[in-house]
Write a protein that binds this ligand. Sequence first.
Ligand code: ZN
Length: 454
Amino acid sequence: MRPSCVLLLALASVAWADVTTTVEVETTHDVTTPTEPPTTPEGLREGRRVPPQPKVNHDSSPRDKPKRRTTTEPPTTTGGWEVPECPEELCQPPDCRCASQLPPLHPAPQLVMLSFDDAVNTGNFPFYQKLLNEDRRNRKSQCLIGSTFFVTHEYTDYRMVHQLYTLGAELAVHSITHSTETDLWRLANQTVWTRELSGMRDFLARMAKVPREKIRGVRAPFLQTAGDTSFSVLHKEGFLYDASMPSRMYVDPPLWPYTLDHSYQHDCQIPPCPRGHYPGLWVVPLVNWFDVRRQTPCAMVDACMPYPETVEDTFSYLRHNFDRHYLSNRAPLPVFLHESWLKHPNRTLGYLKFVDWMLEKDDVFLVTVQDALDYIRHPVPLDRYREASCLLEPREEECGLEGQSCGYLRAHPRLIGPRFMGTCIRCPRRYPWVDWPLDEVPATSPKRHGLSST
Ligand SMILES: [Zn+2]
């Protein structure tokens, strides 16, 4: 163990005496925005029991040695298969990292990744503006706080996406259709995944005018990947990371992001999980959260039940999970949720109180997922840390005067009813969809207004 790790572990003080792993019903789920039909993944609908997992040692002293995979340790089982060995001597940053619960350097900054899923529209945009306003800055750097949006196409207003980008947000991909059939995602072939993921990246790049090279992250709808089928698409299409894979085993201390150079190395909560090798492709694990009272694990912040109802309960729930990272190995904290969870006014207040409470700390930084990976790829001592994508001022607004509201009475044979969307470009002739690539109207064409009959 590195000397620094002794110091690190001495900092850990989270007590988990009451925590057990006896809850076996899969609680991972994806809360939709109010503009979408209510959805629940297959596992929840069927009350599926998760595969038996080795007991998470919540009773262990925080001074226990963190689990670390090296060639000198035997493989660990993770829900049914042997974890391949990761030869650390051959896997070093910036482009490779073995799964580990050790920080790259000590002391590490506590990076916090705020993320939001699904469509961006008038239903949630006012909150995002409130959250990302210029007065909220990381204390030490005075950089704007970062956040990451995993966007779906339907009901998204790309002009608002562009505004999020100008506020310093990272835009990432969450599919075009966001189909509620999780079997579809699990069984989809590479062609489908390519259309859904690269197609959505194309929509964001062209209709929201977000630089294509900055769109590098993916979250599978309902966290349902197709294992090697979808991960091979991510790798082939040049994405940098996936943020779909929960971990329930490696939560205390929490797992740091790692690459798939030597295959998938943590517990497989939502099969299938990839077994192939994908050099340079990062996994940003959804380290499970726990509700304060019952310690029930969940993959995303808004999936832990019961929901907090008061400002103080919301704050203490968020802080409780923050402490598990901050007081142990400082793995980046995934505050991944859907804005619909914040529709409750007390939860909004509790969430913002939590954000502002974190911003009072010199060693905490609210950053994009890409920023967090950038730190792991190029670690520096805490006192030298600066966010990679720090914007001292908002990015310039470039949505353009051509941005339009577009309506389509018969949007697509497989869609019922009209669809509307805002774009930074002239309205495409037909509603863009997974099998209808974006059909951009040249700038010289007459402008189109109002409902189109396509
Ligand atoms: Zn979603």
